[in-house]
Write a protein that binds this ligand. Structure first.
Ligand SMILES: [Zn+2]
Length: 158
């Protein structure tokens, strides 16, 4: 999946949560955007990897691509760190929602993810989508429509 598909999936997930809960929408959407890109810190060519090249290289060398940062373990660590150091529930929820959306999308690719890292088990949906394909574009468009639908509702309530 491309970075923009991850990004739109993260903010769509966050805005959906914002619509159905009382969490601060802006905090949810911003942290959802960050969370949607965070797992690809393991990949130097990704949006977030290019921003933090040193950190990205270290993580890639230690763990490889789509392993640790695409796992349940990493979700737990982020949840723990957020609760401990940034006790703003909306930010934690948004961040985790964005990350989960990323993992779901990557599980639709042929390479899959190592969700149960350090176990060497690849998690992948039976149907896979090629990065940059027409189906990915369709998903991107669908998510964009859903995002704006909820965004309009959120702004309306404000
Ligand atoms: Zn990824």
């Amino acid at each position: 999946m491309t970075g923009k598909t991850h990004l739109i999936a993260g903010v769509t997930m966050a805005s959906t949560i914002a619509h159905y809960t009382n969490y601060e929408p802006l905090a949810l959407i911003i942290s959802g955007a960050v969370g949607s890109l965070l797992p690809d810190i393991c990949h130097g060519g990704s949006k977030i990897g290019r921003r933090f090249p040193l950190l990205s290289t270290i993580i890639n060398t230690l763990f490889g691509h789509r392993t640790f940062t695409h796992s349940l373990l990493f979700l737990f660590i982020i949840a723990f760190v957020m609760n401990r150091f940034v006790p703003v529930e909306a930010l934690t929820v948004g961040l985790l929602a964005g990350m989960i959306s990323h993992l779901i999308l990557d599980a639709f690719t042929r390479r899959g993810i190592r969700f149960f890292y350090p176990l060497k088990l690849t998690v992948r949906f039976p149907l896979t989508i090629k990065t940059g394909s027409a189906i990915e574009n369709l998903i991107f468009t669908g998510l964009t429509i859903i995002f704006f639908y909820f965004l309009i509702h959120i702004v309306w309530v404000y």
